[in-house]
Design a protein around this ligand. Structure first.
Ligand SMILES: [Zn+2]
Ligand SMILES: [Zn+2]
Length: 330
């Protein structure tokens, strides 16, 4: 099969023929049709996440069709459409797994990082971590839901049930999905983009957010919570200043540049900073059930597998509007 392979961090992915993986016990074999490109893929390729399996096929927002079923798998059938997300497997027995926090399992394995992912024509995955997908939306539109949507939704929950005015710092894949969920839930979204990023501003405006501005600006009124999707630690003090007393600042990315020091006064009055790590299967089920009811419509920029390095380059330089998705044809 054709695959895009990372041989070594900070080098372009190499397009090559590799053996088609076969599902082992407990696994599904999947013919990939679409795979979303996530900022985490970029952090892996750029060596900011330092422990990938090498060589590696990245990609962890996989939509495809079941073509093979390993020993012991039940509940899936050949020809079924499934999604494979970032959380590839967990130990199932540690204190975190036993308390509904499998996202924090120290033995978790992640798709497209510890195991080969979806920038390829075929993939295999632990069937316990694969999900049937809602019908009605094309594969290319569904793919971004599998990370931008799932982990974004977890971040939104961490912002607090009661938060009504929510700021998004960075308006890319996750934010454009979550803006639609927020509207559905009756929340107001304040979109903060990089100064000069007119296309992100236009996308936010099209999605009906309450306010659009530069990340350096103060919102017109204090926010109840803010979610940082951009991997820029310098945004943390800005977001803290933008939230109301008791407000939460959620850092949603897996990697961020250092947070500069800031005066205690902007954290005082019970403001909180927290991060969000990975996802649980419960998050996935809840979000995949919610998305078609909103209904979430993703805006995607489609690339062929041969164009995967171009997709990554555009994401790196902020030239993707909405979500980037690799079309594997399947
Ligand atoms: Zn565990
Ligand atoms: Zn991701």
């Amino acid at each position: 099969m054709r695959a895009a392979v990372l041989e070594q961090a900070r080098t372009p992915l190499a397009l090559r023929e590799v053996p088609t993986p076969l599902p082992g016990p407990g696994q599904l074999g999947v013919r990939v049709s679409a795979c979303g490109v996530c900022r985490t893929d970029l952090h892996i390729v750029d060596g900011e996440l330092t422990e990938p399996k090498l060589p590696l096929v990245p990609g962890h927002q996989i939509v495809g069709t079941v073509t093979g079923i390993g020993k012991g798998v039940s509940g899936f059938s050949v020809g079924q459409r499934v999604g494979i997300p970032w959380l590839g497997s967990t130990c199932g027995t540690c204190a975190f797994c036993s308390s509904g926090r499998e996202n924090l399992c120290p033995h978790a394995r992640f798709t497209g990082y510890h195991t080969d992912g979806g920038f390829a024509q075929h993939a295999v995955a632990d069937s316990s971590f694969c999900f049937p997908l809602p019908v009605g939306q094309p594969d290319l539109q569904v793919a971004p839901l599998l990370c931008g949507g799932l982990i974004g939704y977890r971040a939104l929950r961490m912002a607090g049930e009661k938060a009504k005015r929510i700021g998004f710092y960075g308006f890319g894949s996750a934010a454009h999905i979550l803006a639609q969920v927020c509207r559905y839930q009756g929340k107001e979204v304040y979109a903060f983009t990089r100064p000069g990023d007119e296309s992100a501003k236009a996308l936010a405006a099209r999605l009906g957010v309450s306010w659009v501005g530069d990340s350096t600006q103060a919102p017109p009124e204090p926010l109840d919570a803010a979610i940082l999707f951009a991997p820029d630690g310098g945004l943390v003090p800005l977001a803290l200043k933008a939230v109301e007393r008791g407000g939460t600042v959620v850092c949603a990315g897996i990697h961020m540049s250092d947070i500069p020091s800031f005066p205690y006064g902007i954290l005082w009055e019970e403001r909180m900073i927290r991060s969000v790590a990975n996802l649980t299967r419960a998050d996935a089920r809840e979000f995949l059930d919610l998305a078609p009811r909103v209904p979430v419509q993703t805006e995607v920029q489609v690339f062929s597998l041969d164009e995967v390095n171009e997709a990554l380059a555009r994401l790196r330089t902020g030239r993707i509007i909405g979500s980037a998705v690799i079309d594997l044809g399947g």
